[in-house]
Design a protein around this ligand. Structure first.
Ligand SMILES: [Zn+2]
Ligand SMILES: [Zn+2]
Length: 305
């Protein structure tokens, strides 16, 4: 399973229908949080995600709307008896940030918080996926993140294996894992019965940024690109000055990168009543685009399904 849950999709200021930034990814039951704006823990409760399976928080930058939810969330997890460590990743200043929030108030945490400072190009390798830190272009030190799954084994062609005389059983898994086997003196090659390796999936989240080359490069053929889309065309000068992107700038980048789906997020409070102008402006450039809404869920299918 690879599912994205948009917990907070507002830009800078929360509004009555958008929380500040927080994007949760559920990968095979493990929860990863990208940014954690104020109120994220209550959004998690509303979405019934639980907190125990949350292993890691990736902070894009230290503007309040991307990190104020962390102190409350970790206190709640401590109250609930968490003992598993929590990993917090972020650009420079992440260590100071966690130190400050650890000294805030009189509470004591009952679990370890491991803090890892990331720089553009750094890669965190996990079991069968990795998280890449991407340099972005915002008004303070900032990163985007790409979740990239490892390639998957090719499909095992069972009928073909049986036709070649391989008895169903342990030899099947040997062949599937790439080992050649001998059956009645005949060599059966793994490549005879296993198809091409299959690509994993890729999700890119930009955080707050101007459109930039590093995001373009990592977004090539991404399944989903979640891009800063704070403003519309009429505010394009302000987008440049405040180091954000317009919806159509996000769409231009998505088109050039050949992404499968673009999701616009970090929507300015100017569009509280109606964000459709942003969608229209993006659609003029790139068709497969939607605007994120709080509590929106999106499943990312495997590429060959
Ligand atoms: Zn922001
Ligand atoms: Zn910002």
């Amino acid at each position: 399973m690879l599912r994205i849950l948009f917990l907070g999709t507002g830009g800078s200021l929360p509004t009555r229908n958008r929380n500040p930034s927080a994007i949760m990814v559920n990968r095979e039951g493990e929860l990863l949080l990208f940014d954690c704006g104020e109120g994220t823990q209550q959004q998690m409760m509303r979405a019934k995600t639980g907190m125990k399976a949350l292993t890691s928080i990736f902070v894009t930058h230290f503007h309040a709307d991307h990190m104020l939810g962390i102190p409350g969330l970790i206190q709640t997890m401590s109250f609930l008896g968490r003992t598993e460590p929590l990993y917090i990743y972020g650009p420079q200043w992440v260590k100071e940030f966690v130190k400050i929030i650890s000294e805030l108030g009189y509470y004591k945490l009952h679990f370890e918080v491991e803090v890892i400072e990331m720089a553009p190009g750094d890669i965190i390798k996990r079991n069968d996926y990795s998280i890449h830190a991407i340099g972005t272009d915002h008004s303070v030190p900032s990163l985007g993140y790409a979740l990239i799954e490892d390639q998957r084994k090719g499909r095992f062609e069972r009928e073909k294996a049986i036709a070649l005389g391989v008895p169903p059983g342990p030899l099947f898994s040997k062949l599937h894992s790439g080992v050649d086997v001998e059956v009645n003196g005949k060599l059966i090659r793994s490549t005879d019965v296993v198809g091409q390796v299959r690509p994993g999936r890729k999700i890119v989240y930009t955080g707050d940024t101007r459109p930039c080359q590093s995001i373009l490069a990592v977004s090539r053929d991404a399944d989903v690109l979640i891009h800063d889309s704070t403003l519309g065309n009429d505010q394009s000068e302000w987008a440049k000055e405040s180091k954000h992107s317009t919806a159509s700038e996000a769409a231009i980048l998505a088109k050039e990168a050949g992404v499968r789906k673009l999701v616009l997020t970090h929507i300015s409070s100017r569009y509280t009543d109606d964000a459709s102008p942003l969608l229209r402006e993006a659609q003029e450039v790139f068709e497969n685009v939607i605007i994120a809404e709080d509590m929106m869920e999106m499943d990312i299918p495997l590429k060959d399904e």
